[in-house]
Design a protein around this ligand. Structure first.
Ligand code: SF4
Ligand code: SF4
Length: 363
């Protein structure tokens, strides 16, 4: 497998990381443990978990798996997270994660789920960042990182302002990469690691292979392989974090990037341009429609509309709004139809009509 250094930490990670958010039947840890062990045997060395994943059992399953992990050539690194803005609560969260994982130190610990710049400010002013840095000094954390849903320019600003943050975990994939591209590129320029979460569009790509077939190149056997190769070819992306729910998923993801020569910069640029061009009728998340005078986060609502276009179930749409974006449909109804966003949209999308459709969705 391809390997890259995580920022300037000296830690070398495999191009595919193991995400612990989709382990099946968490009430039966043996299944999850078998998946984590298979990932280790397949050469994966970045293992990411968090509180609340898998009915709040993921960290404990990781703890069990770590105690009996098969040996492998590269050191193994564990990542977890805490979303509390207050220093004392953040510290308690870290201590609970350490206990559940059975570790004296968590290699990559994230200030978790930063939604926007105001939210980031609350993590700084509330003391979470200071608490993380203190824990690093004490040896309880290897590297202080941030997991975020902010836009590319917002991520760039945060990284430029805070050299103490050693890397970011952010959502990016072949079908929404423009939304955070500026942040990903800034991370590389500033020497920070990047872990790409949701590399398969939160399951959208494997669930709708025909709709996304346009991302597949002539040498890609399937659309999932194409999506993973697209990410791991980017020198700015250290690891693509795949949430495995079976041993077969582990094997397929590793196979996709095994004995694969990453695309060069020119090929990657052509691929980006082609994907954007072929993205007919769907929002690419580029963010050029912003700002909205009403403060509506248009790309986030358009991302939800993408799901509607693909025929996603009401539960999938609800989950995207609630758990991925932490939004309700209500703000979409605040559009005053000024038309500024539609004039700027790179895909010439009927944003106003689409916002109405999302606003009408019943949670
Ligand atoms: S049309 Fe609506 S969503 Fe677009 S910029 Fe104007 S108020 Fe915002
Ligand atoms: S609505 Fe248009 S401009 Fe806005 S993020 Fe989507 S594709 Fe880009």
């Amino acid at each position: 497998m391809l390997h890259k250094e995580y920022g300037r930490t000296g830690k070398i990670l495999g191009a595919i990381g193991c995400g612990g958010m989709r382990l099946p039947h968490p009430e039966n840890p043996e299944e999850g443990i078998a998946i984590l062990h298979a990932a280790r045997r397949a050469g994966i060395n970045y293992f990411d978990t968090a509180p609340y994943y898998c009915d709040d059992r993921s960290e404990a399953i990781f703890g069990e798996a770590l105690r009996t992990m098969p040996p492998a050539p590269l050191p193994l690194y564990v990542s977890s997270k805490c979303s509390r803005p207050e220093a004392a609560e953040f510290r308690r969260g870290l201590e609970r994660s350490l206990e559940r994982l059975g570790l004296a130190r968590i290699d990559f610990f994230h200030i978790w789920c930063v939604m926007d710049p105001a939210d980031w400010r609350s993590r700084v002013d509330g003391g979470a960042l200071a608490a993380a840095l203190k824990a690093k000094e004490e040896g309880l954390i290897g590297h202080v990182c941030v997991s975020t849903h902010m836009t590319g320019p917002e991520i760039e600003r945060m990284l430029a302002d805070h050299p103490e943050i050693e890397g970011v975990t952010l959502g990016t994939c072949a079908i929404n990469f423009p939304y955070r591209l500026q942040g990903v590129q800034a991370a590389r320029r500033l020497g920070r690691g990047v872990v790409a979460m949701n590399p398969l569009g939160g399951g959208l790509i494997p669930q709708h292979p025909d709709a996304f077939d346009f991302i597949r190149g002539p040498d890609d056997p399937d659309v999932v392989t194409a999506a993973l190769r697209f990410l791991v070819s980017d020198p700015a992306i250290t690891t693509a974090l795949v949430g495995f729910s079976s041993v077969a998923h582990v094997e397929a993801a590793v196979r996709a990037v095994e004995s694969f020569e990453p695309y060069g910069p020119e090929h990657l640029e052509n691929l980006r341009a082609r994907i954007q061009q072929d993205f007919n009728e769907m929002c690419t998340g580029c963010g050029y429609c912003l700002p909205c005078p009403q403060g509506i986060p248009i790309p986030r609502y358009m991302d939800v509309h993408n799901l509607m276009q693909l025929g996603a179930s009401a539960d999938e749409i609800r989950g995207r709004l609630k758990y991925h974006w932490d939004m309700t449909p209500a703000q979409a109804a605040e559009c005053v139809e000024c038309g500024q966003c539609e004039a700027r949209c790179t895909q010439h999308l009927p944003i106003i009509d689409r916002l109405k459709k999302v606003a009408a969705f019943r949670m």
